[in-house]
Design a binder for this molecule. Sequence first.
Ligand code: PLP
Length: 429
Amino acid sequence: MDPRRRIPRTDVLLASAPVVEARTRLGERRVRAIVDGVLDDARSGALEPEEVVDVVADRLARQRSSQLRPVLNATGVVVHTNLGRAPLSTAAMAAVHDAAGYVDVELDLATGTRSKRGVAARQALLAACPAAESALVVNNGAAALVLATTALATGREVVVSRGELIEIGAGFRLPDLIASTGARLREVGTTNRTHPRDYADVIGPLTGCLLKIHPSNFRVEGFTSGVDLTQLRELAGGLPVVYDLGSGLLHPDPLLPDEPDATTALTEGADLVIASGDKLLGGPQAGILLGRADLIDRLSRHPLARAVRVDKLTLAALEATLTGPLAPVTAALHADADELRTRCERIAVEFGLDVVPHDGRVGGGGAPGVPLPGWAIRLPERLAPVLRAGDPAVLTRVHDGAGLLDLRCVPIGDDERVAAALRTALAEV
Ligand SMILES: *Cc1c(COP(=O)(O)O)cnc(C)c1O
């Protein structure tokens, strides 16, 4: 008998339990494509007819709703730009899940009338940073900067120090971003030194605002000087002083003494601070503006505000990040070195691998010079690509001819998954 006659019939396969379950998760089209693919393999002889049912179930189970694959970040880099910056807290994940359907994002359920969007996230921000009179959330830090310079300085000048004109990654330069608005950039000082008189010389009727930018991804050392917020406040003579902090710390963190924070900046004289939501704040991608109520109001009413507004998922995640448990970014930053060593050793012992001192990094979020002392399991370098391609994908740091597996950014509950990934990878190489 032709073995192909033993291949299960398509309609029988499509009615089987794994296929029915997968249909709600993946949709009819993707399920059909997988079933057809397996049947083609069976017809061509690449699969035994008896394997079809199991292979269909297996391939369906491996499919995810989106092509974005979860990664266990074993690099020790806390805010990892290529891994989507901050991972959300479980509270923020739950909030995103709850907000995914219809929600009262712009409706007062008590009266049935329209309400103001994002009120709860705004309140959470103000509760977390009482130094701010008001707050506004937009799409990301870059959008916040564009909105602020557009609303405060279109047709006028934004005065900024040459030492602060940074490129933020992937070729995006803040000066280009500002120049793309209707404002003109007025650069003062030099790369390493800017003095109060440099500002005083150019501030005048053409000035729209003074902008200070935290050079978050590099450090200038040696013969340097800058103008601090208190001095800028005086020089501004009533013009708005805007400070782009970058990182999103709301309060000082003793671990990162050079990293500016919103509370200190507002207290020292900034009228408006700008920060990202998904760096050290540990929340979703967002641009956060905090400061004087009249300025926030001006920005909110600018037409551009509508083009950079955030969606309900972001608002939900941000609120939950601010009001909920410690964000994973904060936990990873402050992870205890001894505990990291114990976790590494617990895994390493099974494989006879060494545990070595390893410094984590803050990452794309800033603080470029600050090491985060900890430990890593030292692996043969050839394991790194195997771990990366595994399921779950585990990303290690490849350095000095070795793969370094740092558990700082791996949730404690995932240590066993790391061990399992190592077992699989070692069996493969
Ligand atoms: C990261 C950063 C930005 C850009 O913020 P995004 O949220 O990535 O758009 C702007 N300014 C500074 C100082 C930054 O560090």
